[in-house]
Structures are given as C-alpha cells and as structure tokens.
Design a protein around this ligand. Structure first.
Ligand SMILES: C[S@@+](CC[C@H](N)C(=O)[O-])C[C@H]1O[C@@H](n2cnc3c(N)ncnc32)[C@H](O)[C@@H]1O
Length: 246
C-alpha cells in the first residue's frame, strides 16, 4: 500500500505534461495498445464489449474507456489521480461513463461486479501485482476476463537509466526487478515471468494467452527511445496477458 500516496502525487504532478505529450498518440485511434500504439484489431486481445460491465484499472485520461463506452460497454474508469480523472472527465464527450477515484490495490467495488477488467500500463504497472491481481480477480464474475498490458522484463532489464533508453546491454538484474523507482517518490512494479504466472494462478485465474506485441521495424516507441530503433521488433518490449476467472 506504501506506493499509493507517492504515485498519486506523481500522477497529479505530471498529468498535464503527460497528456500534452502522449494523448496525441494514445488517443489517435480507438483501441491502441501500449507504447507502440498497436491496434487491438491486430492483437485481438479485448474482444467484444457491447453490453458488458467493464472496469479500466488506472484509466488515465480515459482514451480506452471512452472508446469502449461508445461501443456500448458499461464502463467504469478507475484511477488514483484526481488530475488524471479530471483529464478523463474533460475528454469524455458524449460517452458519459462513470469515473471513480481509487487504487488498484483496494478496489471500491463488490465481488463479481465486472465481466472484464483491463488496463494498458495502468494499475497493474503502478500497484503491487500481488495485491492488485487478487483484487481484480475478486471483482470479476465467473467467466470474466482480466486483460492487461505491461512492460516486459526484457525491456526493464535492458533499460539504461542514465541514457534514458533501452539498449542491447543488460543494465538491471532480472531477478529483483520488483519495484522500480520512477523518480519524485513514485514506484512502478515488475515481476519475473514465473512470478507473474504464480500471482495470476494464485488469484485463481486461468492464463489463456501471453501476447508479445511486435511492432513493425519502423514503428517508434512513443515513450522511450531505443537503441537500436527497431529494438521491439527484435525483442519483446511488452507483455499482454489474457486471463479469465473459471
Ligand atoms: C500510464 S497511465 C495508464 C493510462 C493510459 N492507458 C495511458 O497509457 O496513459 C498510468 C495511470 O495509472 C494511474 N495509477 C497509478 N497508480 C495507480 C493505482 N495504484 N491504482 C490505480 N491507478 C493508478 C495513474 O494515475 C495513471 O493515470
């Protein structure tokens, strides 16, 4: 629970700069995954949402939520940061889905409330997975799905903090990634592949797939430069987990 105040403060501080820099990419078209903006139409991760109860964990400015609401889902956008929620409220337009302030570690929803819980670099990147995954599983109904995209341990291990880019050299230990200091008191989280599997299965979820999104060689990373530029075409930069509650 320790990272809740620091992460809330951090996202409140950076929200306007973040949206100015990244909304043009992540909001450019419906259903774009991750730092390479790969269309869901290509990855087939989320599926049909019309008529489904959907929770976005860490919705930011709601680029995903407003699209799913417009597709006919009963979406709730949850986020820790009031500045991010204000950005989502401003961008909601006609799709007036509910926005809720809360933490992925302690969801303010009853058990069995949702058909789909998902995020893209949201609550499962910024909350301890051993707390956030069981919470997501709790609020899912039987047969409901948890789908989420996070950075890969490859990317984290190859990230050169000093140069601010992913390279072909190992800079961090794979074992012991765990908590990643993001500056200004903020923390993000990463697990080994084995630990992700254990946390998901420990929460009673069935793993249906692990998609490793692969951008075209020329697709830029909208967040972190890489050396070489086609890094993510050659190694997996992200992990898109598809799971369900049996
Ligand atoms: C990178 S954004 C993800 C939203 C959107 N997909 C995007 O890429 O901008 C991360 C979001 O997670 C939120 N967040 C951070 N810690 C959180 C927590 N513990 N629970 C829920 N949301 C959290 C932040 O406020 C921020 O809006």
């Amino acid at each position: 629970m320790d990272s809740i105040p620091g992460n809330r403060r951090f996202w409140n501080q950076i929200s306007s700069t973040y949206q100015r820099e990244h909304d043009p990419q992540i909001g450019a078209a419906p259903r774009l995954w991750g730092t390479y903006a790969i269309p869901d139409a290509q990855l087939h991760a989320l599926g049909e949402v019309a008529g489904r109860r959907v929770l976005e964990l860490g919705c930011g400015a709601g680029q995903w939520s407003r699209v799913l609401a417009a597709e006919g889902a009963a979406v709730v956008g949850l986020d820790l940061s009031e500045a991010q929620l204000a950005a989502a409220a401003r961008a909601r337009g006609a799709a007036r889905y509910p926005l809720v302030q809360g933490a992925a570690e302690q969801l303010p929803f009853a058990a069995d409330s949702f058909d789909l819980v998902f995020c893209d670099y949201g609550g499962l990147s910024w909350a301890p997975p051993h707390l956030a995954v069981p919470e997501a599983a709790r609020v899912l109904r039987r047969g409901g799905r948890l789908v989420f995209n996070v950075a890969s341990p490859w990317f984290e291990a190859c990230y050169d903090e000093a140069a601010g880019r992913a390279t072909t050299t190992l800079h961090q230990d794979y074992f012991g990634l765990n908590t990643i200091a993001e500056g200004d008191g903020a923390t993000s989280y990463q697990l080994t592949y084995g630990d992700w599997i254990r946390v998901l299965r420990g929460a009673g979820l069935v793993i249906d797939d692990l998609i490793e999104p692969r951008p075209a060689p020329t697709t830029p990373n909208g967040y972190n430069p890489t050396d070489p530029p086609d890094w993510a075409h050659r190694w997996p930069a992200e992990m898109l987990w598809l799971t369900h509650k049996p």
